[in-house]
Design a protein around this ligand. Structure first.
Ligand SMILES: Cc1ncc(COP(=O)(O)OP(=O)(O)O)c(N)n1
Ligand code: TZP
Ligand code: MG
Length: 222
């Protein structure tokens, strides 16, 4: 049997939206257009709204065969049976998340502009490592900035690499050429005049681009 293919494509991340009906409709458009993974991120919601929104997103993602990854809070991911969690530097230990979520969960780690952090995350069993911000981010203007060299230099780590931060269909191709397996995007998708067309434009950036990593880990959508 061939080894599983690594994930590749668009990793859409939800905007802060307190209107759950509207959020579901916005997300469904994006899932239907061909998103690979979805991250639930809402920095403005309280714990109860976050749980309600994450719970409602899960069956929607399942319907489209898209993995749901919860930002910041692996306990919430575990409580609702999500496919994984994304952890930044303030979001707890990867080992604890892995223990709670299990061997097949998708657990991502923010590595910002730091190859050593990426090495540590890969060694600790991260399913993917994320670098960025690569461009000024409308969502997170003070995010640390990363360079394309990080993507090139992290190829040998053998885990999928995610690029984030100010990515638009117009600036994304160099990231894919440098080794990004997934483009993580909030405003470029959800603030676009036509979010479905934006999703397709990001996916076009992968056309005729070889997959970079020779990965063996199974991080496919369940
Ligand atoms: C795919 C992906 N990459 C990076 C981040 C940023 O995580 P973090 O540094 O914890 O910042 P917040 O998202 O919590 O503001 C991410 N969420 N997703
Ligand atoms: C969470 C996060 N971490 C670095 S930049 C960023 C926000 C990405 O959003 P956008 O795609 O709108 O720049
Ligand atoms: Mg975080």
């Amino acid at each position: 049997m061939n080894p599983p293919r690594p994930p590749r494509g668009l990793y859409a991340i939800t905007p802060d939206d307190s209107d759950t009906r509207r959020l579901m409709a916005r997300v469904e458009t994006v899932l239907a257009a061909g998103t690979t993974w979805l991250q639930y991120r809402n920095k403005a919601a309280d714990a109860s709204l976050r749980e309600a929104q994450a719970r409602e997103l899960l069956p929607l993602c399942r319907r489209y065969g898209v993995a749901l990854i919860v930002n910041d809070d692996w306990r919430l991911a575990a409580a609702i049976g999500a496919d994984g969690a994304h952890l930044g530097e303030d979001d707890g230990e990867l080992a604890a998340a892995r223990e709670a979520l299990g061997a097949t969960a998708i657990i991502g780690a923010s590595c910002y502009d730091d190859l050593d952090l990426a090495r540590q995350a890969a060694a600790a069993g991260a399913s993917y490592i994320a670098f960025g911000a690569f461009f000024p981010s409308p969502t997170k203007p003070n995010a640390r900035r990363a360079t394309l060299d990080l993507l090139r230099d992290s190829a040998a780590l053998g885990v999928p690499r995610v690029a984030i931060g100010g990515i638009t269909p117009d600036n994304a191709r160099p990231l894919v050429d440098a080794g990004a397996d997934l483009l993580a995007v909030i405003s470029g998708v959800f603030d676009a005049a036509d979010p479905a067309a934006a999703v397709r434009a990001y996916l076009d950036c992968f056309d005729a681009r070889p997959a970079h990593s020779s990965l063996t880990k199974d991080t496919r959508t369940p």
